[in-house]
Design a protein. Structure first.
Length: 233
């Protein structure tokens, strides 16, 4: 679960300005990292690069010493987990949304739903795991969709988990549920949390502060706060 960015440069289109500008940092295996910065500073883009949604223009990203650009994309991406800023649901059923490739047992599915605090509501719906889900999951709230993404993530059992917090205010209760579950289920995994609220990341091992596609600061919260003129302070 060790992640290293080495002079990573990324832009969304050919010949367009870089949104990651020679970004270098190292996350130790199992570390809990908070990422903060103004809107448009490159937080989500950092994750887009990690998932190879957009390939780097130059530099590289290594996981456990392996250059990720050399790995089989499908296999590699299948081993990372993310709860995205815009939670994704597909037209289908609860089952097909949790387990699109039909690889988990019913017991595993219910266990994930329980840990994601969804078991009760799914049990209460008549068709249980076969409950239909609309295109984009319009029959669910943003918070519920994030909980489904959390359940999917729990099933995946990845060594690396990314949480890109929704910008839109989610209710505090759902937010707390997600945080609590993550803290227990993913205790020994590497976790990157892009935060829009300080309380979600204040107990991270370290916090990465981004600005205009660059790393401004990367340190523990007490160290960051010891600099009265620092960006994080
Ligand atoms: P927020 O807090 O609003 O989520 P962010 O820090 O995640 O912001 P990014 O989404 O990484 O910011 O955006 C960094 C830069 O990349 C911005 O200038 C943005 O306009 C640009 N950008 C983001 N997504 C795309 C895209 N899909 N295509 C082109 N440019 C993009
Ligand atoms: Mg973002």
């Amino acid at each position: 679960g060790k992640i290293e960015y080495k002079d990573a440069v990324m832009s969304y289109f050919e010949n367009s300005p870089a949104v990651l500008k020679e970004v270098s940092f190292t996350i130790k295996g199992g570390e809990k990292i908070g990422v903060v910065g103004r809107t448009g500073s490159g937080k989500s883009s950092t994750i887009m690069a990690l998932f190879r949604m957009v390939e780097l223009t130059s530099g590289r990203i290594e996981i456990d010493g392996i250059d990720i650009s050399k790995l089989n994309l499908e296999e590699f991406r299948g081993r990372l987990a993310i709860i995205p800023q815009e939670p994704v649901m597909f037209k289908g059923t609860i089952r097909s949304n949790l387990d699109p490739f039909d690889i988990y047992t019913n017991e595993q599915l219910w266990n994930a739903l329980e840990l994601a605090h969804l078991k009760q509501s799914v049990l209460e719906s008549e068709m249980k795991l076969e409950t239909p889900i609309d295109e984009n999951g319009t029959n669910y709230s943003l918070g519920q969709k994030q909980l489904f993404c959390l359940a999917r993530t729990i099933l995946k059992n990845s060594q690396i988990l990314v949480l890109d917090e929704a910008t839109a205010a989610m209710d505090l209760e759902t937010d707390n549920l997600i945080q609590k579950t993550i803290r227990t289920v993913f205790k020994d995994r590497t976790m990157i949390t892009i935060a829009h609220r300080l309380d979600t990341i204040i107990d991270s091992d370290r916090v990465l502060v981004m600005d205009h596609g660059k790393i401004l600061e990367f340190d523990t919260v007490p160290n960051l706060l010891s600099n009265p003129k620092g960006a994080f302070t």
